[in-house]
Structure formats: structure tokens, C-alpha cells
Design a binder for this molecule. Sequence first.
Ligand code: FES
Ligand SMILES: [Fe+2]
Length: 416
Amino acid sequence: MPDARQKEKTWVALAGCKDGHALPGAFYGDPDIHQVDLEAVFLSEWLFAAPECELPEPGDYVTLQVGPAPVIILRDEAGTLRAFHNSCRHRGSRLCSAERGQASRLVCPYHQWTYDLKGALLSTRFMGEDFDPATFPLKPLHVTSIEGLIYICLAETPPDIETFRRTITPYIAPHDPRRTKIAFTSTIVEEANWKLVIENNRECYHCAGSHPELLVSLVEMALPNDERFADEFRVMERKARDWDALGLPHAPVDGGLEFRGIRLPFREGVQSMTLDGKLACKKLLADLTDPDLGSVRAFRVPNNWHHFLSEMSIHFRVLPLGPERTEVRTVWLVHEDAIEGWDYDPQRLSEVWVATNAQDRTLAEENQRGVHSPAYEPGPYSEISEFMAINFIAWYRGQLAQFLSGDETSIIRAAE
Ligand code: FES
Ligand SMILES: [Fe+2]
């Protein structure tokens, strides 16, 4: 929990922010402000954690680290998803250190206190007659699945996620992430503040200069009527008619500052985010029959974005490891019945985003180095090309202000 001095320092820094401009340098590295970030953002908001297909069977678990908090997400015997603080109720040891695994009981490696998959303490040794295991269950946290995408929240009272669920479900349900399996995963560490990583994701102003592989498929436009892209706009008009006929929603959804969703076509003749523009997997997702669906792009604050294509989906999770260190985990999903080596090649399927992530990492790290310059002054975002970065920073400032003022009215709800 940040102390009074850290909060005061953050207030002062917030007062120095200018609308439509990048943040002052302190927001990208000051450890005190980072403490406030952890509490106001990562320990308060809903976070994307993993796709459900990563833990298909009872006893399957995955772990992740949210700021100071180790977390375990598992599927219990009844198939219910549960999430707990991954910290033993004896003396606090982490229960599970593997990134993922299978267990019928959670046995603490330190003194073997043993918990069931619902978090109840089952057995201990030498704790005496008066010891009541019922008073030491694992501490749960909020968990929900949106069409197979697991979100967790460490706050006692979580903010609303139902608007996001209700709005985004019709876009992603046709791709059915529940009926998928993991084709490839990548975890990279970027030596940059988490906000630089997200800001970078929120604009494609940089794409032409950095992402040749991605631009085989992706059109830079963020809205279907972007006047900079007349040819692509005609493709969009045609595709919109096709998608209407298929009953696939595509219009941009405006989730205020909280989230965005849209289906956009790829370049003419391109079906997937591959180097040759051809499908990466022969078997399409869910019951889809048309390979030419562009991609549903979805973003939600503070830590995730997703692409749902006809034959694969790609999910990005951002977690801070420190004031200037950020983990970016990417998972590529294909139909649960797709066969590796026959339907898809993991290397071919992932190479565009592996390259793009590496390029974005360089951009974020160079950005990090530059904002340390004594000459750094926050410059203006492009309102045409960086309006989503503007929105993200507006959300972030609001989130911090709300946290620091103890105001219970969420900036997100205010924006609805
Ligand atoms: S810390 Fe877990 S059993 Fe002692
Ligand atoms: Fe990028």
C-alpha cells in the first residue's frame, strides 16, 4: 500500500500532466509512483490472466504475478474456475511455483500444509488440539470467464466488468475461445514502464516505420471510416455487407475509456496475420466457414488486447515487473481439434507477432531511455493517429485521481 508521501508525490505529478500530451517522466520510472500504479490499477482493476483452454481439466492450474501478489488460478473437481492468492496460510510461502501444472491437492512445499482445490485447508502436522483448519482457507480473489477468456480482480469490491462482457461477447462468441487449444506462447520482458508498452500498443502511428511483417495484413486504420484509407474503406464497405450476411458484428464499439472492439478487414486478398497473408491453420475456429473475416480487435484497460481471426486468436497480457520492467505474454489459440504439423505449424502461425513484439519491445525500451533525458518534455499526441493513446492516458490519470481522492465513483462509469 503506498504511504502518504508516495500519494502526495503522485498528486503533485498528476497536477503537472497536460491533456493530450505524454506523461511527465516521473510516471515512467519513479518507484513511488509505481507503488501507486500497482495499487490504483493492478490491484484494483479486472486483469486478463489466461485463456480457459490453458486449464481444461480439473486440477489444472496456472500462476501469475500481479505486482506484489502471486496468484494461482485453477479448475476444481467440479470444473469451476477458482483463483486464490498463491500464499500459504501458515507462514506465507508460495504454494505453486510452476507457471502451470496439474494437482489434486495444493501441498505447500515448506511444511506441507495441504489445501483442496476449493482452497480449504485439509491437513497440517503438529498444530495441536486447538488448531482449527477451517479458519485458514486460501484467500480467494474474483475470477470470471468471458467466452473463455479468464479475467481476475484482486480488489475486495471489483469494478464493473459486465458492460465489457455484454458488449464484446457478440463479437468474440463466433470465434468461441472455449473450443480452442494453445498453439504457441511467448513471454518477453521489456525494460520499460508498463504504460509505455500499452501506449505503444494503442497507436499504429509507428507501424509504417517498424512493422513490415505486421503490415502484410494489417491496415493502420483504427476506425472503418478513416479517410486516410480510401481503398481500404471500399474493402471495408464490401466486407461489412458479407459480415452482415453472416451475422457477424463489426461496427466499432465504444466502451468509453475502458475498452474498444471492432472487426476490421485485412488488406485485399489477405486472410491472416502471416507473412504470406494465407491462413495459418487449415481448420477454422468454432463453426466458422468463411476464412476471410479480418480480425476482431479488442482492447481492455489496463493490461490486455486480442485479435480474433477466422483460424486463430492471439491474446496479449501485460504485467508490470517493476517501475521499468514489464512482462508481455502472448498466446496463440487454434481450434481444439486442429492437429499440429498437419493443420498448422506453430512457427509459421506465430512469426508475425513474434517479430512485431520484438520490434515493439525495442520501441518501448528506446522510449524508456529517452524519457530519462533531462531534456524530456511531454510532447503532444497526434489526435488523428494516437487518439487511443490519448484515451488510455486519460483513463490512467482518472484512475489514479480516483484512487488518491478515495472517490468511489469510477472514472469508467462516469464516462459511460
Ligand atoms: S509456509 Fe506453507 S506450510 Fe509452512
Ligand atoms: Fe507496434
